[in-house]
Every structure is written in C-alpha cells, then in structure tokens.
Design a protein around this ligand. Structure first.
Ligand code: B12
Length: 217
C-alpha cells in the first residue's frame, strides 16, 4: 500500500482529479484540514517539484498538480474561516494585518496562511501577488502593522531584503513575517533578508502573529 501522500502524488501526475479528491476526502474524515495539507498535499507537491528538477516529469504536470491543489485546498478550508468567525470573539484591538506573495507565482502557501489566520480570528488584507514598489505603497496606505510575505523562488525571497529595507524607511513600525520553501532550505535566510520572524508552515503563522501582538508569550 503506498503512503497517502504517494497515492496523491500519483493521482496528480495522472491528472486524476477524482482520485485526488477522494484521497483527500478520506484523509479529512480522520484528520483536521491543516494536517491533511501538511502531511499529504504539501509532501505530494514537493515530491513532484523534485521529479521536475530531475527531469522526471513535465512542467505541465507541475502546473496541473498546482491547479488541482487549489481546488482541493479551497474545498478543505472552506468551512474553517467562516466557522471561526462565528465562534471566536474578534481580537481585541486587532492588529492591521496583510499578506502578499512577492514577485512569485506560487500562490497556494499564501492561501493557506491567510485561512489559518482568519480561522484564528484575525482580519487579513490579501494583496495577492505584488512587486516591491506596489507593496510598499499599499502597506503605507493601509498602515499595516504586520505584513506576511510568501515566496517560493529563491530570487523572490532575496528580493524581500529590498522590501524590508524600504519598509524600515517608510513604515518602520511594520513587522515582517516571511515564509515559503527557500526558508526551509536555509535556516539563516530570514535573518539575512532582515525579517522579524519566519514561519516554516502555515500553522506557525498564528503563533507568530499572537507573539508579535503580545497575545501570547
Ligand atoms: C506547484 C508548483 C508550481 C506551480 C504553482 C501553482 C500555484 N498556483 O501556486 C507552477 C506550475 C505555476 C510553478 C511554476 C514555476 N515553478 Co514551481 N513549484 C511548485 C511546487 C511543486 C510546489 C509549491 C507548492 O504549491 N507547495 C504547496 C504549498 C502549500 O506549500 P508552500 O508554498 O511551501 O507553503 C507552505 C509553507 O511554506 C508555509 N508558507 C508559505 N508561505 C508562507 C508565508 C508565511 C508568512 C508563513 C508563516 C508560512 C508560509 O505555509 C504553507 C503551508 O504549510 C514547488 C516545489 C517545492 N518544493 O515547494 C515548485 C518550485 C517552488 N518551483 C520552482 C520553479 C523553478 C518554478 C518555475 C520557474 C518553473 C519554470 N521553469 O517555469 C515557475 C516559476 C513561477 C514563478 N515565476 O513564480 C522551484 C523553485 C527553485 C528555486 N530555488 O527558486 C521549485 C522549488 C521546484 C524545484 N524543486 O525546482 N510551480
């Protein structure tokens, strides 16, 4: 029997949406949505990224795997944020939060982080994909206190340095939390780009935001 993440990987490579959603649905009967993502969906996608790097699958398979995942993740998380807003009291003196993907087209991580924060009771402005200049303007205009930045490409992660240098000049009170694959490959990178914190998976975003806003030790 293949591991669930391996079975999911096979269904992605075969572009078998039905099989992929069955596998995820079965896992979701036993595990909370975030755990299904962390133990099944993310490992399956990462393995496909590795196959692509070795020349063992086509970019179209990576692309379609990403598309199928967007749908699966939407389906898995659909209840999370709205349920939370019903059952949680909104944060007192809530910080102004925003999330963006910086100069990168890998959008799934941001989608998950945003949902986790909303499920934790935070309002989060979603800026989508941004370049450095646009993002500086929006952070200033919206007086953002905590900016979460997702990047999956190393060059994009390195551009975060330019963003943070700019923010220190025009919006010094803004704290920056970074995350995405390059920070898992290099554990010093977040400090090199000048960030205030790094999250290696989406679940950490909530702990970090709580800590930065003084909600938790
Ligand atoms: C799917 C995918 C794509 C899809 C993206 C679809 C989409 N809608 O997002 C498509 C096909 C578009 C794509 C394109 C490309 N890709 Co691609 N892609 C991937 C792949 C296989 C999976 C990424 C993914 O979605 N993972 C699942 C999500 C859920 O995980 P995640 O993003 O890491 O997010 C989690 C955590 O990191 C964290 N997190 C993320 N952000 C943040 C932020 C904060 C604040 C916090 C707290 C946490 C956090 O929370 C999430 C949940 O835990 C990776 C392989 C890998 N190892 O990551 C390659 C990969 C990222 N791609 C790569 C490359 C090279 C490319 C292309 C250049 C390919 C090409 N030649 O055209 C293009 C470039 C696009 C661009 N300019 O941005 C390389 C990058 C190498 C590098 N060193 O820079 C990788 C690593 C593949 C590889 N092994 O070579 N890709």
């Amino acid at each position: 029997m293949p591991l669930p993440s391996e079975a999911l990987q096979q269904s992605f490579l075969a572009l078998d949406r039905m099989r992929a959603s069955e596998l995820v649905a079965v896992a979701a009967t036993e595990l909370p949505p975030l755990q299904v993502i962390e133990t099944m969906v993310r490992p399956a996608l990462e393995a496909i990224g590795q196959l692509w790097e070795q020349g063992d699958c086509a970019l179209s398979q990576v692309y379609m795997s990403g598309r199928i995942c967007e749908e699966l993740i939407d389906g898995l998380l659909v209840g999370s944020a709205s349920d939370a807003s019903r059952i949680l009291t909104p944060q007192v003196a809530a910080p102004r939060l925003a999330i963006a993907v910086l100069e990168d087209y890998h959008l799934l991580g941001r989608q998950i982080v945003r949902t986790v924060l909303r499920a934790g009771g935070y309002e989060v402005l979603d800026y989508g994909r941004q370049d450095v200049e646009e993002l500086l303007d929006r952070v200033c205009a919206d007086r953002i206190e905590i900016l979460l930045v997702s990047t999956l490409m190393l060059p994009s992660a390195l551009r975060t340095r330019m963003l943070i240098d700019g923010l220190r000049r025009v919006s010094p009170q803004t704290r920056v939390v970074v995350g995405g694959a390059p920070y898992r490959f290099d554990d010093q990178l977040w400090q090199e780009v000048g960030a205030d914190a790094v999250g290696l998976h989406a679940g950490e975003a909530l702990t970090i935001v709580n800590r930065l806003t003084g909600e938790a030790p």
